[in-house]
Design a protein around this ligand. Structure first.
Ligand code: NAD
Length: 428
């Protein structure tokens, strides 16, 4: 994880050359505003007491309340949570949300807990961080291995502590508890809108456009479905067990059906209707990343494309639906070669954008229709994608550097609005 942080701060130096920000802003961004570490005692089903470690970092809140998910994973550390909170600060500014950045995590293997233990852990975590969060302070959401049900428990626990209902303290809740329509597909929807905005500028294929999607999970599967429906020929998809490929294009609705039913792509390799309908090859994930396609969508894990594999990548456009799928060295090599990389901080910001919509709806006490959510998401994603494209082409920089520069300028504007060094020098 320390590597990811180095990658992120390295790009900051590059982006600063294209952002008009004061030294005060840079100083403010070097340090998280607060980092809380809590121990969470949990009564286990067998009667024993176990203590788990949890964290909540409010990295920056100059543009608004901090915003960012809570992850449950056995490898969670304060370092990691801090890095991710910094990323959220940038991401929220890239899509111009009135938010800062935050993140939380509990060091736990959630699969080893029973449902009741998981609930007690989630409520205990909120007991621990309740003073550090709030609708105007820091608004959590789901992340790795947390979901709507857990957000529901957390909102309920926070409401118990406050002795009144506070739906806007957390987003990604079940619809019945104030969640937003469209939240479940928001990340892929956002990535798709950005792709639709930028693909005509990058791909002059005159009709047929091919795509490959690595990671057929929440984000990747919906993205593949959207691309298929929009007329892309999706030639390959993969999950942790491998991938399927055919140059004619996969029938994505059928593949998605198998995946939803069996939770694995394995079923489509050699049995069932898809197998019969489409003649396909079984490929590895490395082979998928090396396919000669117009569009490549990494939607699985970080560091999927490294300096060792980047020379094999033949795609002309890469949309980073996953967080950090390309290492900084590989990213530089792709830019050199003219491959357009749509960075994660823009490509997967649809999730946090609809989280913001959920918060707005909760504060209004008025739920929007699914269409309203999607229309507003489309408008924001296309506006920001166009803005970044123009900025990047004007300056001949990558979309990633442009995104960070844009975010830094927006954060800097807010910092400076409260006064910076020169303000105080001239006043003195
Ligand atoms: P998920 O767990 O639903 O899906 C991940 C998929 O990747 C699974 O199908 C898994 O089998 C597959 N996978 C794992 N290892 C792989 C490998 N080596 N090669 C190919 N596939 C592999 O997760 P998700 O929610 O879809 O998230 C995917 C990525 O998108 C993550 O980086 C996540 O941080 C990012 N993201 C997701 C959201 C969201 O709202 N879901 C929002 C922002 C960012």
């Amino acid at each position: 994880m320390a590597d990811l942080f180095e990658g992120a701060t390295g790009i900051i130096d590059e982006a600063l050359a294209h952002a008009d920000v004061s030294a005060d802003t840079v100083e403010r961004l070097k340090h998280p505003r607060s980092a809380l570490s809590v121990s969470i005692p949990v009564r286990m089903d067998d009667g024993s007491l176990r203590t788990f470690q949890g964290y909540r970092v409010r990295y920056n809140d100059v543009r608004g309340p901090a915003k960012g998910g809570i992850r449950y994973h056995q490898d969670v550390t304060l370092d990691e949570v801090q890095t991710l909170a910094f990323w959220m600060t940038i991401k929220c500014a890239v899509v111009d949300l009135p938010y800062g950045g935050g993140k939380g995590g509990v060091t736990v293997d959630p699969k080893a807990l029973s449902m009741s233990e998981l609930e007690r852990l989630s409520r205990g975590f909120i007991d621990g961080i309740a003073d550090a969060i709030g609708p105007d302070v820091d608004v959590p959401a789901p992340d790795v291995y947390t979901n709507a049900m857990i957000m529901g428990w957390m909102m309920d626990q926070y409401s118990i502590i406050k002795r009144h209902r506070v739906p806007d303290v957390i987003t990604g809740k079940p619809i019945a508890l104030g969640g937003s329509l469209g939240r479940d597909t928001a990340t892929a929807d956002g990535g798709f809108f950005v792709t639709e905005t930028l693909a005509p500028k990058v791909l002059d294929t005159g009709g047929r456009r091919t795509a490959a999607v690595q990671g057929f999970g929440n984000a990747g599967m919906v993205m593949a479905e959207l691309l298929h429906a929009a007329g892309y020929t999706v030639v390959a998809v993969s999950d942790s067990q491998g991938g399927v490929h055919t140059e004619e294009g996969l029938h994505i609705p059928s593949v998605a059906k198998v995946k939803r039913e069996s939770r694995a792509l394995k079923g489509v390799y050699c049995e069932g209707s898809v197998c019969e309908a489409v003649d396909h090859d079984v490929i590895s994930n490395d082979e998928l990343l090396a396919l000669d396609v117009d569009l490549l969508v990494p939607a699985a894990l970080e560091n999927a494309i490294t300096i060792d594999t980047v020379d094999d990548v033949k795609a002309r456009m890469i949309v980073e639906l996953a967080n950090g799928p390309i290492t900084p060295e590989a990213d530089a090599a792709l830019f050199e070669r003219g491959v357009v990389v749509v960075p994660d901080v823009l490509a997967n910001a649809g999730g946090v954008t609809v989280s913001y919509f959920e918060w707005v709806q909760n504060r209004q006490g008025f739920a929007w229709t699914a269409e309203e959510v999607r229309t507003r998401l489309e408008s924001r994603m296309t506006t920001e994608a166009r803005r970044l494209w123009d900025f990047a082409t004007e300056r001949d920089i990558s979309l990633r550097v442009a995104a960070y520069a844009q975010a830094l300028s927006r954060i800097g504007e807010a910092v400076d609005a409260t006064g910076h060094a020169e303000t105080f020098q001239s006043a003195g």
